[in-house]
Design a protein around this ligand. Structure first.
Ligand code: PGA
Length: 241
C-alpha cells in the first residue's frame, strides 16, 4: 500500500495563490505516494488532478439543512473529496469541538463512504506527565464510539502532538514509531481493525520528513506549514525518495 502525504493548507492562500499552487505542483508528484491536498473550502473544486486526491480540512455531521456556514460530507463528496480531516487540534481548541462532535463527524464521513483522518494528540503538560498513551486512547475511544465494525479500517489516524504543531519541535523518531505501534495495537485489540493507517503530523519539514516517513509503524505524514508554499512542498516531498 502506498504511503500517504496529507497537505493541510489551513486558512492560507487566496484565489491567485491557489492557481499558482496548482500549476506549480503539476507533474511534480510521484505516483509512489498517495498525496492528499486539503485546501480551504472555496477552492476545493479547482484542485482536480490524477496526481493527487482531494481532502477537506473539516465538515459538519448533518447531511443538509439550516446550518449556516457549514458544509456536509455529501456536499464535499460531490466535489470529489475523498478524505476529511476530523478533530484537528485547532478545531478542538479554537472552535471548541468536543469528542462527541468529533464522534458524530467520523460517523457522518464514513456514512458517505469517505475516509476520515482522525487527529489525536497530547498537549505539552500531558506529555510531561507521561500521560500520552492514556490521552490518545481516550480520544480514540470517544471518537470511535458506536462506529460500525466493518468501517473501522477506513478510519485513518493522525498522531499530532499539540506541542509539535507549528512549533518546529517534534518527538524523536523512536517516540513517533512507538505511538504508531500503540495506536495500531489499540485499533486491533479493541476494535478488531487490523489495517489501520497511522500518520504523523507536527512540524514536518525537509530535514525530518525522510526519517519519520520511513518508520515501520507510520504510514505517512500530515504536513501543515511546509505544504503552504508549493515550491517548498515539492522540495519536501522530494526528500522522501
Ligand atoms: P505543521 O502543522 O506541519 O505546521 O506543524 C501540522 C498540522 O497542523 O497538522
Amino acid at each position: 500500500m502506498k504511503k500517504l502525504v496529507v497537505a493541510n493548507l489551513k486558512m492560507n492562500l487566496g484565489l491567485e495563490a491557489v492557481q499558482k499552487y496548482i500549476t506549480t505542483i503539476k507533474g511534480q508528484i510521484t505516483n509512489q505516494l498517495l498525496v492528499i491536498i486539503c485546501p480551504s473550502f472555496p477552492f476545493l473544486s479547482l484542485f482536480k488532478s490524477a496526481e493527487y486526491q482531494l481532502g477537506s480540512q473539516n465538515t459538519f455531521y448533518k447531511k443538509d439543512g439550516n446550518y449556516t456556514g457549514e458544509v456536509s460530507p455529501s456536499q464535499l463528496k460531490s466535489l470529489g473529496v475523498k478524505y476529511i480531516i476530523v478533530g484537528h487540534s485547532e478545531r478542538r481548541l479554537i472552535f471548541h469541538e468536543t469528542n462527541k462532535i468529533i464522534n458524530q463527524k467520523v460517523a457522518a464521513v464514513l456514512k458517505e463512504n469517505l475516509y476520515p483522518i482522525l487527529c489525536v494528540g497530547e498537549n505539552k503538560e500531558q506529555k510531561l506527565l507521561h500521560k500520552t498513551p492514556v490521552v490518545i486512547k481516550e480520544q480514540l475511544n470517544e471518537a470511535l464510539k458506536k462506529i460500525d465494525q466493518e468501517m473501522l479500517n477506513d478510519v485513518i489516524i493522525a498522531y499530532e502532538p499539540i506541542w509539535a504543531i507549528g512549533t518546529g519541535l517534534t518527538p524523536t523518531p523512536g517516540e513517533i514509531n512507538s505511538m504508531g505501534e500503540f495506536i495500531k495495537r489499540v485499533m486491533s485489540f479493541e476494535y478488531n481493525a487490523n489495517n489501520t493507517r497511522v500518520l504523523y503530523g507536527g512540524s514536518i519539514n525537509q530535514n525530518n520528513i525522510k526519517s519519520i516517513f520511513s518508520l515501520e509503524n507510520i504510514d505517512g505524514v500530515l504536513i501543515g506549514g511546509a505544504a503552504v508554499n508549493p515550491d517548498l512542498f515539492i522540495e519536501t516531498l522530494n526528500k522522501i525518495s
